[in-house]
Design a protein around this ligand. Structure first.
Ligand code: DMJ
Length: 458
């Protein structure tokens, strides 16, 4: 059923898409308030500040707790989350000494032979994605060997009756846990596993992750939406609420990006069936602008009107997939949300514009979308937007040991947390907004959902 429908669709040509992107990138970017080079250097200096805090207080551990200045390991033993996540940012910013030192640490001391249950999704996007992009940037075969070892240890996660992965897998024994998953966790694996297959010549990784994506898609409702929670053993939805927020978000992102990176026509076909349903049932034009809320996956009836920091990735994906008009409108709403208090909340109700969840986790999504919009439109308002967001980010989140999340973005009370994605994503997208031409050619890479650039070198 799936392939039949896929093959009847008119496919974009990869060449045409890449050509259009190449033409766009040749135009000169207009300068905006402040000097680009100066702002790029400022971002670099702030990233270095965060990195040096990690080096000083948490070196070789998963993450820095920036208020207590203590290390934190997700599973009791370190899997070097921050070093692996941050390495390609160090490389892109040309912090060569720091990058070499970090690469040596990873290559000589990181071991996945651990008797611990890990989250397949998080480990894939942060560690597998990070190892693969840094391998492509450096050619260091030790990183590819680590990626292959990790990929092999994660494979048992896919041994469910449906082929959709369990949430947790034991890295040493291959035992699995937690069948209750969601589309983001079952469907955000193919860029990494697929790249691993292409680089090692072993198709099993691509096949397993592709099947998980397709099995998720196949369970969409008759109106084309997916729900918030699915049991990977029974294949039944356990929560029919549909949205583009955390738990579903990057499932859509990978439908489009796997088409871009691999030219996989099934992914394009799945995207082309899915995105009209998202735009029809989840988009909400209100007096406050364009937003995306919640709806029942079976009826399309609206079930909620919340939007948040995680949803703010969607303008970037819209722009990348060619819907620049909608991307601009939604980005305006995200920026409105940011400016309510000079830092975005985790969640607002866009009908009332009241904050629903007051944390701020140093998330990258709004910066990521700003970067894509600048790239595709060359409109200087997006550099100004980037300036504003970065200035607020520094003003409210900088600490003497790095950067801290906020437990309350209204009062700006800090929280003892600096997630590795701040280093992998937030700072990287800030930098790319102002970086010198030639730093990274978006026509040649596809970012995984953790901002690790993957190149089609095969
Ligand atoms: C990151 O780990 C990834 O971007 C993921 O897709 C969503 N959550 C965080 C950032 O907010």
């Amino acid at each position: 059923m799936f392939l039949g429908r896929a093959l009847t669709l008119r496919h974009f040509s990869v060449t045409a898409t890449l050509l259009a992107l190449a033409v766009a990138s040749c135009r000169n970017l207009p300068q905006s308030g402040g000097d680009r080079a100066q702002q790029a250097n400022r971002v670099k200096a702030e990233f270095l500040h965060a990195w040096q805090g990690y080096e000083r207080y948490a070196w070789s551990h998963d993450a820095l707790r920036p208020l207590s200045k203590t290390p934190h390991d997700w599973y009791g033993k370190s899997l070097m989350m921050s070093p692996v996540d941050a390495l390609d940012t160090l490389i892109l910013m040309k912090f060569d000494a720091e990058a070499d030192k970090t690469r040596e640490l990873i290559a000589t001391r990181l071991s996945f032979d651990r008797d611990i249950y890990v989250k397949n999704f998080e480990i894939t996007i942060r560690l597998l994605g990070g190892l693969l992009s840094s391998y492509q940037l450096t050619g260091d075969n030790r990183l590819l060997a680590l990626a292959e070892d990790l990929g092999n240890r994660l494979l048992p996660a896919f041994n469910s009756p449906t082929g959709m992965p369990y949430v947790m897998v034991n890295l040493r024994t291959g035992a699995v846990r937690n069948p209750k998953s969601n589309p983001a966790e079952t469907g955000t694996l193919l860029l990494e596993f697929g790249t691993l297959s292409k680089l090692t010549g072993k198709p099993v990784f691509y096949e397993k992750a592709k099947r998980a994506l397709v099995e998720t898609y196949k369970r969409r409702s008759p109106i084309g939406l997916v729900g918030s929670a699915i049991n990977v053993e029974t294949g039944k939805w356990t929560d029919p609420d549909s949205h583009i927020s955390g738990g579903i978000d990057s499932y859509y992102e990978y439908l489009w990006k796997c088409w871009l990176l691999f030219g996989d026509k099934d992914c394009l076909a799945m995207w082309r069936v899915s995105i009209p349903a998202v735009n029809r049932y989840l988009a909400d034009e209100t007096a406050n602008g364009l937003w995306y809320g919640q709806a029942n996956m079976n009826t399309g009836a609206r079930t909620g009107t919340t939007y948040g920091a995680l949803d703010a990735f969607f303008p970037g994906l819209l722009a990348l997939s060619g819907d620049v008009k909608r991307a601009r409108d939604l980005q305006e709403s995200s920026f409105k949300m940011w400016n309510l208090y000079g830092i975005e909340p985790e969640v607002i109700d866009y009908k009332t514009m009241k904050v629903v969840a007051r944390t701020y986790h140093l998330r990258p999504e709004i910066v990521e979308s700003t970067y894509y919009l600048l790239h595709f439109t060359h409109d200087p308002q997006y550099q100004q937007m980037g300036d504003t967001i970065f200035n607020d980010f520094v003003r409210y989140c900088r600490t003497d040991a790095g950067y801290a999340a906020l437990s309350d973005m209204v009062t700006k009370e800090k929280r003892d947390e600096m997630e590795s994605f701040a280093l992998a994503e937030s700072f990287k997208y800030f930098y790319l907004l102002f970086a010198p031409p030639g730093t990274l050619d978006l026509n040649k890479v596809v970012f995984n959902t953790e901002a690790h650039p993957l190149r089609r070198t095969w």
